[in-house]
Design a protein around this ligand. Structure first.
Ligand code: FES
Length: 191
């Protein structure tokens, strides 16, 4: 007499990696390595100006002009060539700034960018105010905040007078940590 049995249970088999899958995976790894290899120098090239600027490697003393070009008691627009510029950058790397000569060798050199969101501010000698066209920020002649959205005064470049020339330390945007006015209290100058 025979005993009926059900279908024999097969042991669970692990899915086998086919040759095709194996080559596909190796291909993916190799492609990833190639992309990494190619992208590293490109990313490094793109980031290097930012990193170097942060380390202050572009900081340089640049002349704004002879002292005679800045009459006492007046505020004048001046331009300098960015030390980060390349030959092909053209006009875009000529950076404007506002120069206020108090008297003798006492100056204030303001970044042209509004302390709110960076629009270029304009000087209005009739009212003795800097005004920002974007959101109505207003600054007094010494760069301190008068009204509007900016929370602080205009940023200032460190400056010095050498050989009858006014020079500023350029190559790094003036910020809270670098601005002369914030290092020495509002409206301060360096000589
Ligand atoms: S950018 Fe000047 S007030 Fe906003």
């Amino acid at each position: 007499m025979s005993v009926a049995t059900g279908p024999a249970e097969k042991p669970e088999s692990k899915p086998q990696l086919s040759r095709r899958d194996l080559f596909a995976k190796i291909g993916l790894v190799l492609n990833g390595a190639a992309v990494l290899l190619l992208a590293t120098p490109v990313v490094g090239y793109l980031l290097s100006p930012i990193l170097r600027a942060e380390r202050g490697q572009y900081k340089r003393w640049i002349t704004l002009g002879e002292l005679d070009e800045f009459p006492e008691g007046q505020t004048r627009l001046a331009k300098f060539r960015s030390p980060i510029s390349n030959a092909w950058d053209g006009e875009t790397d000529n950076i404007p700034c506002w120069v206020r000569r108090l008297d003798g060798e006492k100056f204030q050199v303001f970044a042209i960018n509004c302390a709110h969101l960076g629009c270029p501010v304009r000087w209005f000698p009739q009212s003795g105010l800097f005004m920002c066209p974007c959101h109505g920020g207003v600054y007094y002649q010494d760069g301190s905040r008068a009204s509007g959205p900016p929370e602080r005064g205009l940023f200032e470049y460190p400056y010095k007078v050498e050989g009858g020339h006014l020079m500023i330390e350029a190559g790094q945007l003036p910020t809270l940590s670098t601005s002369a006015s914030l290092r020495k209290g509002s409206g301060g100058c360096q000589g």
